[in-house]
Design a protein around this ligand. Structure first.
Ligand code: SDX
Length: 429
């Protein structure tokens, strides 16, 4: 018997006793799994008040603006660890020893190449195809190359699939960019760090040596860390639901990429930069803030608001500092940063945004950094997908490691036509 219980009183029914489950931190949950057998469903479109699973990977306190990965605060990880160490922590739950970490980095480095046949997949796309469309295709197609690691009930298969996905996402992403500009693909290099390798594959060419700027590489690595995981967000929930049917990991990650692409989710970084470009000058901010508040106008301030954070997104704070570092290092005066800073100042003092607790989120500053690095806006969400792959895989793996795991199959409130007799066409005329 659970220590705490909720009693549900429904007219004409015996009271239902529903167990209340407690987590390590955060809200308790009411276990409603038995309601179905009593002829009732809960109704929660958008899952505003629904815990879809139990997890030990990431915790967010939206009111306090806290984000923990396996208990470690995001700012401490972003400022004191590199992305691959965060990947290790997300995947295995604890910090690695130096030998464990070196082995992890070596395995990742040794899986960064893709099968040569993958290159021909790119040549089927137009050069101006959106790279997220290409990523959905080529990541899903990886399943066609790795028949040896598709048994989702085999933890060794799940681990090798995790390494292949973590290692190959930057390679495939850089291939998307190179293909779009008509330059040859650049092979990964095992002597570079994860972020250095990605930047080298993006910007090197066969005609001359390319030196990666260490400040830019550090900022890129931080961007990867800041986007690594975020509880049961839309794309992670997509990966879990796809995975619950037993679908292979490559198909599940492709589904996650598709969900992340939406402008309300991972597509917001690209949409935010385009919004800043459309605003163009601090003189126009008032007009756009007014539009964002107008219920009749579908315009929203991209990079603001969050389903969970009703305080500053802790990632945005780290991102803003990294943004200043990169612009200073590259000696860039970007008027869009001035627009962003003034937009942030105005929005945070505007009663509409204060009342609705709309703060800058992770996507607000990332676009400015990525633009300063020379990455086109169409690639912004691809970079988010590279980073989030470890989060998707960690949740997919956690789900399959749970012996009580079963296929996700929500019910509904049906408000359509009651049963009625069908008349064939000739009877109806
Ligand atoms: C990410 O879930 C995650 O964890 C996501 C993410 C992750 O790491 O995985 O954190 C990454 O997706 C960050 C969010 C990126 N999206 C954007 O920046 C797009 C702009 N933001 C909005 O679309 C919106 O804030 C959402 C989608 C992020 C959250 O939507 P909710 O929780 O459904 O909130 P809502 O749309 O119901 O908004 C509540 C109110 C509404 O007004 P009312 O109907 O109550 O009068 O706030 C208003 C909204 O109109 N509002 C905004 C606004 N965001 C919400 N008004 C103006 N501009 C905005 N950006």
């Amino acid at each position: 018997m659970a220590d705490k219980q909720a009693t549900l009183n429904i007219k004409g029914q015996e009271p239902f006793e529903l167990p209340i489950m407690e987590g390590t931190v955060g809200p308790d949950v009411i276990d409603v799994r038995t309601l179905g057998s009593k002829g009732f469903f809960t109704f929660d479109p958008g899952f505003l008040a629904t815990a879809s699973c139990e997890s030990q990977i990431t915790y967010i306190d939206g009111d306090a603006g806290i984000l923990l990965h396996r208990g470690y605060p995001i700012d401490q990880l972003a400022n004191n660890a590199d992305y691959l160490e965060v990947c290790y922590i997300l995947l295995y739950g604890e910090t690695p020893t130096s030998s464990q970490y070196n082995e992890f980095k070596t395995i990742v480095a040794r899986h960064t190449m893709v099968h040569e046949q993958i290159a021909s997949f790119f040549h089927g796309f137009r050069r101006d195809a959106h790279p997220m469309a290409v990523m959905c295709g080529v990541v899903g197609a990886l399943a066609a190359f790795y028949h040896d690691s598709l048994d989702v009930n085999n933890d060794k298969h799940r681990e090798i699939a995790a390494f292949r996905l973590l290692s190959k996402m930057p390679t495939l992403a850089a291939m998307c960019y190179k293909y779009s500009i008509g330059q040859p693909f650049i092979y990964p290099r095992n002597d570079l760090t994860y972020a250095e390798n990605f930047l080298h594959m993006m910007f090197a060419n066969p005609c001359e040596e390319y030196e990666v700027n260490p400040v830019v590489a550090r900022a890129m690595d931080k961007i990867f860390t800041l986007h690594a995981d975020h509880e049961q967000n839309a794309s992670t929930s997509t990966v879990r639901l796809a995975g619950s049917s037993g679908a292979n990991p490559f198909a599940c990650i492709a589904a996650g990429i598709a969900s992340l692409w939406g402008p309300a989710h991972g597509g917001a970084n690209e949409a935010c930069l385009r919004m800043l470009e459309e605003i163009g000058s601090v003189d126009n901010i008032e007009e756009y803030v007014a539009r964002a508040k107008d219920k009749e106008d579908p315009f929203r301030l991209m990079g603001f608001g969050h389903r969970v954070y009703k305080n500053y997104d802790p990632r945005a704070t780290v991102m803003r500092d990294a943004c200043h570092d990169v612009l200073k290092e590259l000696n860039i005066e970007d008027p869009l940063l001035d627009v962003a800073m003034e937009l942030e100042r105005i929005a945070l003092s505007d009663e509409y945004f204060v009342e609705k607790k709309l703060y800058p989120n992770v996507d607000f500053y990332s676009g400015i950094i990525l633009k300063a690095i020379g990455i086109p806006a169409s690639m912004f969400t691809v970079i988010f997908a590279i980073s989030r792959t470890i989060g998707w895989i960690a949740h997919w793996n956690e789900m399959h490691s749970d012996p009580t795991n079963r296929i996700g199959r929500p019910r509904q409130l049906y408000t359509g036509a009651p049963q009625r007799e069908f008349k064939a066409l000739h009877e109806r005329e």
